[in-house]
Design a protein around this ligand. Structure first.
Ligand code: TXA
Ligand code: MG
Length: 362
């Protein structure tokens, strides 16, 4: 793997803020270099959004396809007008309610924003993270920061500084460590350039919250009312694990637990090396059975997402669990499904992408 420089880790957790390190990281951004930084969703790989060669460097370091546009991060929603060409009325309502926070809006691109940020599209995605360290970094850099998730292309988004280091050690000058990301899934992406809002990626701001705010139905890109795919990133699989991901589904939580256990049993019986990411009910059951029948094979690598009713905790742990389990050289990772409502819809979107057979090898 390519290693060209020493990557400096800057501590920016509540009790230990390395202010000098943060100042140097902000200066690095202003000078056209790359800095990974924490947000409330996932870690971002940031560069000056107004500097074309810095943007090209993001694509190169990540190994990102060059037709997949980036999100521009601002410290303050009041600055959106400096990057977007216009702010439609429904966006005003969404900005008031959800920004700063885990919502990205796609606008018409302002004339002075380099097309490279948007992979040549005439739109631009904008987000104002609520994470105080992200806001401080953007403010100190004094420029809007273009940032995709700070993973190598094809790996799960990083939710801890250690994940960024796994992927980008020696490839970028700074990683700002703000601890574990609170949400753990990437932002909701919503296109507001048309008559109705189009949900390009589900996230912590849900479709029903958006509808409640705008009083218009949210559309999905799959709708026949829409033309070609509007978010190029959607055609890329974000995560292609080496292990096969199987999902324990069902109409209610009891059935989901049973289906998950059933899949685990079947895979073990077939001689597979199995890892599990599921509710504590499943994990406890596996542990109990392993003690009762030590000679029957049970999975060694089991990670709990807590109570199956707590979709926030399950979402916050998902990418960490997938990274951890996939590093164990397993054949199969079994994930317990969540109901597809609220944050559960975003969780299931990422899980199903990881489990899609067509994602493998990409
Ligand atoms: O939570 C997040 O959004 C994180 C943090 C770092 O802010 N960022 C992130 O960026 O997830 P990335 O690059 O991994 O995902 C951006 C998504 C992609 O699916 C991309 O195609 C879409 O947003 N996107 C960006 N600009 C767009 C545009 N102009 N039109 C349509 N989709 C766009
Ligand atoms: Mg990404």
């Amino acid at each position: 793997m390519e290693r060209q420089m020493v990557t400096r880790m800057v501590r920016a957790t509540g009790d230990a803020m390395d202010m000098e390190g943060l100042r140097l990281a902000a200066r690095a951004i202003a000078e056209g270099r790359l800095v990974a930084f924490p947000t409330e969703t996932v870690y971002g790989l940031g560069a000056n959004a107004l500097d074309e060669s810095a943007i090209r460097e993001i694509y190169r370091v990540k190994g990102r396809p060059d037709d997949n546009p980036l999100i521009v991060h601002l410290a303050d929603p009041g600055q959106i007008g400096t990057v977007a060409a216009e702010i439609p009325p429904m966006a005003v309502l969404l900005i008031e309610r959800f920004m700063p926070g885990p919502l990205t809006l796609v606008f018409r691109r302002g004339a002075h924003v380099p097309p490279a940020v948007s992979a040549g599209l005439d739109t631009v995605a904008i987000r104002c993270p609520s994470h105080p360290v992200a806001r401080l970094l953007i403010e100190s850099a004094g420029v809007p920061i273009a940032a995709p998730s700070a993973n190598l292309s094809g790996r799960p988004s990083p939710t801890r500084a250690a994940h960024v280091l796994q992927d980008l050690d020696g490839r970028i000058p700074f990683i700002v460590d703000g601890g574990a990301c609170e949400v753990g899934l990437e932002s909701t992406v919503l296109d507001v350039t048309g008559d109705d809002p189009v949900l390009l990626r589900p996230g912590a701001v849900t479709a029903s919250q958006i509808e409640e705010t705008c009083k218009v139905p949210v559309r999905y890109p799959g709708d026949s009312s829409h033309g070609p795919v509007r978010s190029p990133g959607m055609k890329y699989r974000h995560y292609a694990p080496k292990a096969t991901v199987l999902v324990g589904t069902g109409r209610n939580s009891v059935l989901r637990v049973l289906d998950t256990l059933e899949i685990v049993r079947g895979q073990i019986a077939a001689g597979k090396r199995v890892g599990v990411f599921a509710s504590s009910a499943v994990i406890d059951e596996i542990r109990t059975r392993r003690e009762a029948e030590p000679d029957t094979g049970w999975p060694e690598h089991v990670l709990s997402f807590g109570d199956s009713g707590d979709s926030a905790k399950a979402s916050a742990r998902l990418f960490d669990a997938l990274r951890t389990l996939d590093s164990e050289g397993l054949d199969v990772i079994v994930v317990q499904a969540l109901p597809e409502e609220g944050l559960g819809a975003a969780f299931m979107n990422r899980v199903l992408k990881a489990s899609a057979p067509e994602s493998r090898g990409v």
